[in-house]
Write a protein that binds this ligand. Structure first.
Ligand code: FES
Length: 162
């Protein structure tokens, strides 16, 4: 989806905050993802046009950062670390348990991530970038269910606030 007139004005306000318009690229990608739940091709083209960049450069930036999604995902992004501290404390088993549990749940997207800098709490997961650790598959599932029910509030990363 392309930017509406209101969104374009908001985007232009964002751009005006920076001495170099290119610096607004990441905030604009966040804005697009917040609206649609992922960064659409149309949004990347709009951003490129707004910043005077090529769509390829916007795509390159978008694809570099794992927090930007280029396809629809669930309302909850569960990121499980499997790097060294989490690896030796059950991270791989945790991610597999959660992938199995939520395999058919379109509201929950489980992903494996590199170190998220909370190694002292291993194994660690994030739900929409909120940290939780140490967690077991049981406590992780309990937390995810609380987010799903609304008992816990996660940051919004999609167009549909959780
Ligand atoms: S190794 Fe998992 S948070 Fe650092």
């Amino acid at each position: 989806m392309t930017f509406t007139d209101t969104e374009r004005r908001r985007a232009e306000e964002l751009v005006a905050r920076y001495p170099h318009s290119k610096s607004a690229l990441l905030p604009l990608l966040h804005m697009a993802q917040d609206r649609d739940g992922y960064v659409t091709t149309d949004a990347m083209e709009d951003i490129a046009d707004l910043l005077g960049l090529t769509p390829a450069l916007v795509l390159g930036t978008c694809s570099f950062y794992t927090m930007f999604k280029r396809e629809p995902i669930g309302k909850l992004v569960v990121s499980v670390c499997t790097n060294v501290s989490c690896l030796v404390n059950g991270g791989p088993a945790l991610v597999e348990a959660l992938r199995t549990k939520y395999a058919d749940d379109h509201d929950v997207h489980v992903e494996e991530v590199e170190c998220i800098a909370a190694c002292d709490q291993a194994p660690v997961m994030q739900v929409n970038y909120e940290f939780h650790g140490p967690v077991t598959s049981e406590s992780a599932t309990d937390l995810i269910e609380q987010y799903k029910s609304g008992a816990l509030k996660a940051r919004t990363i999609s167009g549909s606030p959780t």
